[in-house]
Design a protein around this ligand. Structure first.
Ligand code: ADP
Ligand code: MG
Length: 858
């Protein structure tokens, strides 16, 4: 198949060739989607004769890597795996001849780790750089570093449809070549069509309705229709809704997502003389171009994984896409001629959306990343030259989790032997740790099934369709201590049936999901097997072993049932959990502790999680394996109900309270401090701590600030707590402290000779020059000036601002009208008489004509 030389990217071919001649080549290519970047630029590099070695093309998506390699191989009249190939996780279609390799991020990173100098690689192309995937950022930083020091001949190209090119060019520094192609775009009309409540539609019904209206309006259907859906489930539902409708007769309907069959994928993208509808994930947003699309229907959402650093869980949620993504999607309708994009949300919703999707580094679990970077010899991960630094909280969480897993040394955060082994397993650190432990026990195959089953699609369809359908419960055996045991048995029965659809279906098991789990498990076990010396890995562990091995990677998922009669649990990390009701751990006999194999955040509820796939745990086992994580403590705790401090004896596993029972009287000093803190927090109120006390503290703080030379201790937060502790001394309950004297404690704060200074420098009252005495209001906060409030009539004979503290502190004067309402606050009384008094006088004289209003000074 010949290359399409009319693609816009050929405009920059000669500039690109020229740019390859210098040393330290860094090129940023910006061209709209469909211009030919992904298919043509790698070939231009290869055909330039300036790249002797391999050309790596980094793709964020597996599907794109596969399809691009197939396409480019065809364009070069070869087969995929000849001079053009691809490598994605668990799939290698390359040979010794392969020069252009489309790869995903993990592959490039591992290549970099195995050979930091990238010998034999001439160029690395970072495609779709605007998506800002974590490993894309990291590998770019590494390649850039390698080029600077050891490989000036390594060519670096970053490509994107919508690039924040400024920052990237800035990062890559002087000498970066910036090539742009405008491409061709036809106008796209944007329409907003939110779901109408009265229809009560599901997303797919709403979509079908929108397509139907568009087709009606067109009369004769021109061009193809591209529908964006968040994931496979929604795609399948949409396809079904369309196929069931009578008006779609004669229209091809295709699906496009990562796990669809290669034939289905090719059919979705391939040429077609008939109008077709392609229902796709966001892979069709910028990675893959379908020619001839004139209508885009955009659901406005995508599946996005993110990691909650505070709660320590990853979530895969459906999120609204950004405005930039919506524009990209709409643009797909205007590639060959003018088109229409229909957004299934309102314009108002649109305006409230973020302009762009935040970079992955700001929302991911960084532990895997930290591990891989450490293994790559980057000791100072915190000081890494990030294109965009991750949030420090997330980074800290990653370091402490890796330390708990034993991957990092607690002393100096260096990589341990286990950490190094874990870094070689293409799984989350949690499962890497578990599988390594399983391999040491010869149970790798068994645990690989567990790992795959928790990552893949469920073996049992969500809804039980027939009463004869089996459930997990049917695969249990009396001695089971883990829900995983039944799960593995269920999978094994599907495996024994050779994943035969009919056979599995008769058991209510999803044959395809089971087959996929089996394939995934094989890959897992293959990657871990080489790390272990144990030859046979097919042993089936008993309940006790399942718990022990799981614990290596799940010690942060230890949960405690609140009682035998409820499914409510406490989980490490201060979370509350709800245990699945048919779990082995939900018995009413004696299970207290268990490991949650799956923890799902209950949406919108802070710190609430659902706990699935439990494995029972004995406390003795926990104590034996992780003895250092137990804390026994006798201490005082505040009981809110009776407002008393009580002594309790507690036994904890990390922050999980396993046992807590009352034990005699608490130590009095601890009790006083606990009560004092409750008072500080405003939960308990001392009857005698009134405004006069605050005034007294204000006086002390005023003198302390005005006369630093006397070294008078002021009373701030910390000192206030000390005072309160002193007042609460010997008390155990609110009842005992609520009427306690406060004033003496304050009076004793200062020695008598200092206390006397208060009356001298911060008196309670001041005599004005008119002879009248007024009260001074002091605030405990020294930034708030002492204040007097005086009727304007009483101030007429006072010309200058009165002061205290030997003239060091001028008073703030609140000037009151005859009705005692403030009319002005000033620190400069002389200025007031000269200035604003005239206006104040006019105003007040009108209201109070009988009062005396002296003429203002001129
Ligand atoms: P870009 O990377 O700039 O978005 P591509 O190189 O992916 O552009 O695609 C350029 C053109 O090549 C597309 O507009 C499309 O016409 C064609 N094309 C690319 N991949 C395929 C494929 N798998 N099947 C059919 N056509 C394809
Ligand atoms: Mg592309």
């Amino acid at each position: 198949m010949p290359r399409d030389r009319s693609l816009p990217i050929f405009e920059i071919e000669s500039d690109l060739r020229a740019a390859l001649d210098s040393k330290n080549v860094r090129i940023v290519i910006e061209a709209p989607t469909g211009s030919g970047k992904s298919t043509q630029v790698p070939q231009m590099l290869l055909d330039s004769g300036k790249c002797d070695g391999d050309i790596y093309v980094l793709q964020p998506r597996r599907l794109a890597a596969r399809m691009l390699a197939r396409r480019v191989a065809q364009e070069r009249d070869g087969r995929c795996g000849d001079d053009v190939g691809y490598q994605v996780r668990f799939e290698n279609v390359v040979s010794r001849e392969t020069r252009i390799r489309y790869v995903t991020e993990g592959i490039l990173l591992r290549r970099l780790l195995e050979d930091p100098n990238l010998n034999g690689v001439s160029a690395v192309i970072f495609d779709e750089f605007h998506e800002r995937h974590f490993f894309g950022d990291v590998t770019l930083a590494r390649c850039f570093g390698v080029q600077k020091i050891r490989r000036p001949d390594l060519k670096i190209v970053a490509m994107s449809a919508t690039l924040e090119t400024e920052s990237l060019v800035g990062y890559l520094g002087d000498g970066t070549q910036h090539l742009k192609s405008e491409g061709r775009m036809f106008p796209v009309e944007i329409r907003y069509s939110p779901a109408k409540e009265r229809h009560g539609d599901q997303l797919w019904d709403h979509t079908a309705r929108a397509i139907r209206e568009r087709f009606r309006e067109m009369g004769k259907i021109e061009g193809h229709t591209l529908v964006f859906m968040p994931g496979r489930h929604e795609i399948r539902k949409t396809v079904a809704a369309l196929k069931n409708a009578s008006w779609t007769k004669g229209i091809e309907i295709h699906e496009l997502f990562g796990e669809a069959s290669p034939n289905a994928q090719d059919a979705a993208v391939g040429k077609s003389s008939q109008p077709k509808i392609v229902v796709a994930t966001n892979v069709a947003e910028t990675s893959i171009t379908i020619d001839g699309v004139t209508t885009v229907i955009d659901s406005g959402v995508e599946r996005r994984s993110s990691f909650d650093a505070r709660r320590g869980i990853s979530t895969l949620t459906i999120e609204k896409i950004s405005r930039a993504s919506a524009d990209q999607r709409a643009g797909r309708a205007g590639r060959t001629r003018a088109g229409v994009a229909i957004r299934l949300w309102s314009e108002r919703d649109h305006e409230g959306r973020p302009p762009a999707t935040p970079a992955e580094i700001q929302r991911m679990d960084l532990s895997e990343a930290v591990l891989v970077l450490k293994a790559g010899g980057i000791e100072d991960v915190r000081g890494f030259e990030w294109f965009e630094a991750p949030n420090p909280q997330g980074l800290n969480a990653a370091f402490s989790w890796l330390t708990i897993l034993g991957a990092l040394d607690p002393e100096d955060e260096s990589l341990t032997k286990i950490g190094l082994a874990m870094s070689k397993v293409p799984l989350t650190p949690r499962f890497a740790r578990v599988l390594i432990a399983a391999a040491d026990a010869g149970c790798l195959e068994y645990f690989s099934i567990i790992a795959a089953a928790t990552q893949g699609r469920p073996i049992f369809p969500k809804q039980k369709r027939r009463s004869s359908d089996l459930t997990l419960d049917d695969f249990r055996e009396p001695d089971d201590g883990s829900d995983f045991q039944a799960l593995v048995r269920a999978w094994s029965s599907a495996s024994s049936a050779k994943f035969n659809v009919g056979h599995c279906d008769s058991m209510g098991i999803n044959a395809n999901a089971s087959r996929e789990i089996g394939q995934m498990a094989q890959q897992f076990s293959k990657s871990v097997r080489r790390l272990s010396n144990v030859e046979h890995q097919d042993r089936e562990p008993d309940s006790d072993e399942v718990a022990r091995i799981l614990l290596t990677g799940f010690s942060d998922r230890v949960a405690l049932r609140n009682s035998t009669s409820t499914l409510a649990c406490s989980v490490i990390g201060g979370r509350c959990g709800q245990l699945e009701k048919d779990s082995v751990a939900s018995d009413s006999k004696g299970t207290r502790l268990f490991i949650a194999g799956e923890m799902i955040e209950i949406e919108g509820r802070n710190l609430n999680v659902k706990l699935n796939f439990a494995t029972r745990l004995e406390e003795s086992m926990l104590a034996e394996i992780l003895p250092d994580d137990f804390v026994d403590k006798v201490g005082a705790v505040y009981n809110e109900t009776n407002r008393r401090v009580e002594a309790r004896e507690e036994r904890r596993f990390r922050d999980l309270v396993l046992e807590s029972r009352p034990r005699g009287e608490p130590p009095l000093d601890e009790a006083a401090e606990i009560l004092a803190r409750e008072v500080m927090a405003g939960n308990l109120i001392l009857k005698r701590w009134d405004q006069a006390i605050e005034q007294e503290i204000g006086r002390i703080n005023t003198v302390a600030a005005a006369f630093p030379e006397y070294e008078i201790p002021s009373i701030r937060e910390e000192e206030r707590l000390l005072l309160l502790i002193q007042i609460c001394d010997g008390g155990l309950s609110y009842k005992q402290i609520k009427d306690r004297a406060v004033k003496t404690a304050i009076a004793e704060w200062l020695p008598p000779h200092q206390y006397r200074l208060l009356d001298q420098f911060a008196p309670e009252r001041i005599e004005l020059s008119s002879g009248r005495s007024v009260k001074i209001f002091y605030d405990p906060d020294p930034a708030v000036k002492p204040k007097i409030s005086v009727l304007i009539q009483h101030l007429f004979k006072v010309r200058e601002t009165p002061t205290i503290a030997n003239g060091r502190v001028p008073l703030l004067i609140e000037i009151l009208a005859p009705n005692s309402r403030p009319v002005q606050v000033t620190e400069d009384l002389a200025g007031f008489w000269k200035g604003s008094y005239a206006g104040v006088r006019t105003m007040l004289r009108g209201r109070y004509p009988k009062h005396d209003w002296p003429e203002p000074e001129s």
